[in-house]
Design a protein around this ligand. Structure first.
Ligand SMILES: Nc1ncnc2c1ncn2[C@@H]1O[C@H](COP(=O)(O)OP(=O)(O)OP(=O)(O)O)[C@@H](O)[C@H]1O
Ligand SMILES: O=P(O)(O)OC[C@@]1(O)O[C@H](CO)[C@@H](O)[C@@H]1O
Length: 304
């Protein structure tokens, strides 16, 4: 079974307003609240593709209760470790531009971490774990590394969608899939990447360092897929971006859902891109119908 791990979940508070005026009183046009955090988004999108998963991580306080209740109503299994502080609130301002304010996250103790490790230790070679998003600032920076070591010991496949050292350090443990965006990829190699073609050699280097499959997203500029034997470039559909929050997570979910059903990389990459764009063209996450409608507009070019 697929399990998703969100060490730093969030209540995403999406605020729509015409203009943000710093230093003044701003009034909103519309607000929405969603359960967030990258792993939790992956679980939600998987559900929309009729793929079940279990959401793990840390939840606490009134924000944690909101998230747990929301997921239960969507029939998504959960097995969170309860913490005493509130789960964070991330503010997403949607006006002429998108601005995000992501909180640091609550205090996580060694007892909480021990409880989580016990849950991860129970996964087997029939399971796949998606580790996604930042870690609360109170947690040791090698937490992802520690967790993927447990996965390797038990033959559990794992996927990582995270930035910087969190991503770099897990590569030798052979993740099934990683999905950096072009900024994250550029940061890893201390360079700037501005086109799909430029991203390919860096994608290959990530495969050399241990990743089995790599998807690099470049927002409206397209996406790249690289593994040992295949390289694809995808165009992305054209449309009005309503909120790109969760677009990257939808790509991970789209890939996993299609791969679980077909086992075909090309098909799974196409679903991944369609799911990313379907979420970018929505407030909230994509629906399966929207993804299906965009599929014909994702054109793949096989480069190798
Ligand atoms: N302007 C756009 N037009 C069409 N599709 C888009 C656009 N922006 C994002 N997308 C879709 O969303 C996917 C992910 O976008 P992006 O490269 O910004 O990833 P990300 O930074 O991980 O996303 P997130 O906003 O979730 O952090 C893209 O591959 C594409 O499918
Ligand atoms: O602070 P992190 O963990 O890097 O990202 C958290 C977050 O921005 O990612 C999701 C979108 O991908 C949102 O639901 C959430 O607010």
């Amino acid at each position: 079974m697929i399990h998703t791990l969100t060490l730093n979940p969030s209540l995403d508070y999406i605020v729509e307003l015409d203009q943000v005026r710093l230093g003044e009183l701003n009034r909103t046009k519309k607000e929405s609240k969603f359960p967030g955090g990258k792993g939790i988004n992956v679980s939600q999108v998987l559900k929309r593709f009729s793929v079940n998963s279990k959401a793990l991580g840390f939840l606490g306080g009134f924000t944690g209760a909101f998230i747990e209740e929301y997921l239960k109503n969507l029939n998504i299994d959960t097995d969170f470790v309860e913490i005493s502080e509130d789960t964070r609130i991330n503010v997403k301002l949607k006006s002429e531009k998108e601005t995000e304010i992501n909180a640091r996250g609550p205090q996580i103790t060694s007892v909480h971490i021990k409880k989580l490790k016990k849950k991860i230790s129970k996964l087997t070679s029939d399971d796949l774990l998606v580790l996604a998003g930042s870690i609360p600032s109170s947690m040791p920076t090698d937490t992802y590394e520690e967790l993927v070591k447990i996965c390797n010991e038990n033959g559990t496949k794992f996927v990582v969608d995270a930035e910087g050292d969190l991503l770099r350090t897990i590569l030798p443990f052979n993740p099934f899939l990683i999905k950096p965006n072009h900024h994250e990829l550029g940061d890893l190699f201390q360079t700037e990447i501005s086109s799909c073609k430029e991203a390919i050699p860096y994608g290959k280097e990530l495969v050399n360092r241990g990743a089995q499959n790599v998807i690099i997203s470049l927002a409206e500029k397209g996406a790249v897929f690289v593994n040992e034997t295949q390289v694809f470039i995808a165009s992305v559909p054209k449309g009005e971006v309503k909120s790109s929050v969760g677009a990257g997570d939808s790509m991970v979910a789209g890939f996993l859902a299609a791969f679980e059903k077909t086992g075909v990389i090309e098909e799974s990459f196409r679903y991944s891109v369609a799911a990313g764009s379907a979420t970018a063209f929505s407030i909230g996450l994509c629906t399966a119908e929207k993804v299906e409608s965009l599929l014909p507009h994702v054109v793949l070019e096989r480069v190798e």
